[in-house]
Design a protein around this ligand. Structure first.
Ligand code: TRP
Ligand code: ZN
Length: 861
């Protein structure tokens, strides 16, 4: 089935504690383009009484010499994956001399050189590409690091912790020595060497310690670093106020790099960031960019406690740090801006991407049981569903109870490498609640479905809700247990008053009885999206309108509007059942929204936005590509023809102000650009789009105009796009927006356009941001192009991934996702998609990363 030599998965239940611990490591790096020399001195302690050898992980290293207690060692076993030393005393010093080649490392994992600077990325298992070591998170060591490099080209030599010494050498080189006082796993090690612009500020902690904050960016970019630094200070303050967590070193450094596989990395005291999550000014960054920077800066900062001070015992426990840290950054963002709009943002990620993952062959619990390539498990399930699981604890325990649990967790586990069970146990022990059933969330994959029936006895005023929970089987698990699910319920009375309950659902079927109603209330379920589940329920158009227009819960209002739109769209496709939602429901919703003078402009913008195609697909058994798209477009036309005058009036009523990133301005721009999306396809469209593009003083409105023009297929699109390209040609992170807009455009000749884009001067196959903007945007968001009936979209992606896999397997493996999600498509497309997967698998040098996802998708394992 595959030409590749079989790779075996690791299993969670096979965990064994390490046979040795390494208490101290002294590293020295001689950075050089030809050959970088790495020397490592390990202080090793045998754990318990045994005669197992010490097996150190290593990959792509040239071993020069090994010494044991100062004496050259001749007897060792060396393979492509490990250096094994036998017959070691209980305590010893091991010195290892290796050579590596960072300049030719295009995987962006381990130590690599890109755009003239050296940098590292060790999570999850990249430290083994730097030196031989026990590359696992339950080995905690104290690091001392000395870096030698040319002083002119690399004036800044950075690593974790405190700078303790430095000096110059005669040959134009200099050196710096760093020491990190905290024990840490090797995935948190970092080194950066290069020339940068540096911004320095400081933060005084609540206990009065002054922390130096240093931000390193590409030369000439200093003015774009202010927002990131301001965000960092807000995050530091917030964690003190909400969780009593203070920063623990005297220095916190953030370095922005242009070549990076993911968003950012929380290395102790030295975060490394993808520059797109650092650099911003009003000219070049959108409100969304500002938001993302604030949230990623916070996320990495929050890891200092949830991830670094308390880390993971093994990689199956990844959600221990990621789910919890995503929850923390979501709460932070909610406090910095609009809680409702943030919640909607979180829910969209779950419904568009996480539900899709659970419905695919990559379905896994938030704590996976089996892994081939760990990098494949940095998923929306581990991160975002993981955060939903933490949020449910927060809901069940109340914020005060959750805080008690967090306090106990740190009291018990500071300085340790622990498991998800340890976390839940701390939550349980700090509160009087049994969380045994709750733990099923950690072991079970799939999206639970709640089927709800409502019954009202008018004579007694008794309302009965019957809720059944059912988790459909997933490709990884055939048995499912009932879960412990908090369901927020809101009873809306006719007079506009409302009461709220939180129901603890534990059985497969549960009846909830509530008395005291004069008339039957409208019941809104799953307020604030209290659990990551699907609700299946027949509500009348009238009830949906009542919730959309009158619920006290902003999320429920939005959700009801989304249900109205979704049901209307599906009713026009072969998935549709009898039509409960008519055109009149749609117009009543719009009239209600637009005439009520809604104060929350951002919520209004969300409520007039249709569910994405990706979200719609997750609501139905089959994805009828053409029919779903045309149904969605039809609803858009209905909305425009009804609401055009109101949309235009609203649009013109929104003032253009000098750009500032504030919640109220952001809300106005969000509404403006959503209105423009609709208006763009009307007679005034061309003119308004062009006008907004011309007069905009900020990237949010500029890009809003371009997106509207693209969506409505305005004639002005090409002209505006070339004007944009001329302005931003020299600025790749800005140009990425242009790449993405071109690649997600609906057009017959999209594939030749992709070729042209990749021929652009700024395009570079080795830069993940560029690849994601062109290829990622096409595969994930150009659903008509990607799903072209003749299979040409699949073919294009398949062929490209063959090449990309040889350069950067991690990025290739992320982009392969849409190609593996064939389950809901029609037979013809399934055949074509699978053919592409088979072709990929045919390649005997295929990376483990792509192999794992493709072979799972084909059902080969
Ligand atoms: N720990 C990082 C975060 O979520 C994720 C990360 C950054 C990562 N770079 C990576 C994961 C490379 C795997 C590989 O904050
Ligand atoms: Zn993280």
């Amino acid at each position: 089935m595959s030409n590749k030599t079989p790779v075996t998965a690791k299993r969670r239940l096979d965990y064994q504690p390490p046979a040795y611990q390494i208490h101290d490591i002294e590293l020295s790096f001689n950075l050089d383009d030809e050959v970088t020399k790495v020397k490592s001195l390990l202080h090793v302690f045998k754990q318990g009484d045994h005669d197992q050898p010490l097996k150190l992980d290593g990959e792509n290293l040239t071993l020069i010499e090994v010494k044991l207690n100062g004496k050259s060692l001749q007897q060792y076993e060396l393979t492509d994956e490990a250096l094994t030393l036998s017959n070691l005393p209980d305590e010893c010093f091991i010195e290892i001399y290796t050579e590596i080649d960072p300049a030719s490392n295009k995987t962006l994992e381990g130590l690599y050189k890109a755009s003239g600077s050296y940098c590292t990325q060790c999570e999850a298992e990249g430290f083994r590409k730097i030196t031989y070591f026990l590359d696992r998170p339950d080995v905690l060591s104290k690091y001392t690091v000395t870096i030698y490099a040319d002083k002119k080209r690399y004036p800044y030599l950075l690593s974790n912790g405190n700078k303790i010494d430095s000096g110059d050498l005669e040959d134009g080189k200099h050196w710096v020595k760093w020491q990190d006082p905290f024990f840490k796993p090797c995935y948190l090690f970092a080194l950066v060497a290069g020339d940068f612009d540096k911004l320095t500020q400081s933060f005084t902690t609540s206990s009065g310690r002054k922390v130096a904050l240093e931000l390193y960016v590409d030369k000439g970019m200093a003015h774009r670093g202010e927002h990131a630094l301001a965000s960092l200070k807000k995050a530091m303050k917030w964690d003190e106020v909400v969780f009593d967590l203070e920063y623990d070193l005297d220095i916190y450094m953030v370095v922005a790099v242009d070549f990076f596989n993911m968003g950012a990395m929380e290395n102790k005291g030295l975060n490394v960031f993808n520059s797109k999550y650092v650099l911003a000014d009003s000219q070049t960054a959108t409100d969304e960019d500002y938001f993302n920077i604030e949230s990623v800066i916070a996320h990495e900062y929050f890891h200092n406690w949830t991830g670094n001070r308390v880390t993971c015992r093994d990689w199956f426990q990844l959600s221990l740090k990621e789910g919890l840290t995503v929850f923390r950054d979501q709460q932070f963002s909610a406090d910095m801006g609009s809680p409702v709009v943030n919640r909607i943002k979180n829910v969209k990620v779950i419904r568009e991407h996480q539900f899709a993952e659970d419905a695919s062959a990559m379905a896994h619990p938030i704590r996976p049981d089996e892994v081939i390539e760990m990098n494949n498990f940095y998923t929306v399930t581990v991160y975002d569903k993981g955060a939903e699981v933490i949020r449910m604890l927060h809901t069940l325990l109340t914020p005060a109870g959750f805080k008690r649990g967090i306090d106990l967790y740190f009291k018990r586990h500071d300085g340790q490498a622990v498991t998800c069970d340890d976390f839940v146990n701390a939550m349980q022990d700090a509160n009087s609640i049994n969380l045994d059933q709750f733990k099923v969330w950690y072991e079970q994959s799939g999206t639970p479905e709640l089927t709800v029936e409502q019954d009202f006895a008018a004579d007694t005023g008794t309302l009965t809700l019957t809720i059944q929970q059912h988790t459909p089987v997933t490709l990884d698990q055939s048995q499912k247990k009932p879960l412990y699910i908090p369901v927020r319920v809101e009873y809306l009375a006719n007079d506009g008053s409302s009461t709220t309950d939180i129901i603890h659902l534990t059985q497969s079927q549960q009846k909830l009885v509530r008395d005291g109603f004069d008339v039957e209330p409208t019941v809104a379920l799953l307020g604030d999206f209290s659990a990551p589940v699907k609700v299946i329920r027949t509500l009348s158009a009238e009830s949906l309108l009542t919730i959309a227009l009158h619920s006290n819960d902003g999320f429920s209002r939005w959700d009801a509007a989304q249900t109205i739109y979704s049901q209307f769209i599906h009713s026009l496709t072969p998935n549709g059942s009898t039509l409960a939602i008519t055109q009149e429901t749609i117009t009543a919703l719009l009239d209600g929204l637009l005439e009520s003078a809604m104060e929350d402009q951002a919520l209004l913008a969300e409520m007039i936005t249709l569910p994405s195609v990706e979200t719609l697909v997750q609501q139905v058994p089959k994805y009828y590509v053409e029919s779903l798209h045309s149904a969605r477009e039809k609803l858009e036309r209905i909305i425009i023809s009804h609401a055009q005058p109101m949309f235009e009036k609203q649009y013109h009523g929104l003032a253009f102000t000098n750009y500032d990133y504030t919640p109220s301005q952001t809300a106005t721009r969000k509404l403006r650009n959503q209105l423009l999306m609709y208006i763009a396809s009307t007679e005034q469209g061309e003119e308004l789009v062009t006008q907004q593009f011309m007069q905009s003083d900020n990237m949010t409105d500029t890009l809003g105009a371009l997106k509207a023009a693209q969506h409505a297929k305005c004639k002005c699109f090409d002209k505006l796009m070339s004007q944009f390209e001329e302005t931003w040609r020299a600025d790749p992170i800005v140009l990425d927006k242009w790449f993405a807009l071109h690649a997600s455009r609906q057009s017959e000749d999209i594939l030749s356009r992709l070729d042209l884009l990749m021929g652009h001067q700024q395009f570079n196959h080795e830069n993940p941001n560029r690849v994601r903007s062109v290829i990622g945007s096409f595969a994930f968001f150009n659903s008509t192009g990607f799903h072209a009936k003749d299979g040409s979209g699949y073919r294009y992606i398949g062929q490209y991934l063959q090449k990309l896999d040889k350069i950067n397997p991690q990025v290739a493996s992320r982009i392969v996702t849409p190609l593996t999600q064939w389950q809901k498509l029609d037979e013809e497309r399934i055949v074509k998609m699978k053919a592409e997967l088979v072709r990929l698998l045919d390649n005997k040098d295929l990376s483990n990363d792509v192999y794992e996802k493709v072979s799972k998708s084909l059902g080969y394992q």
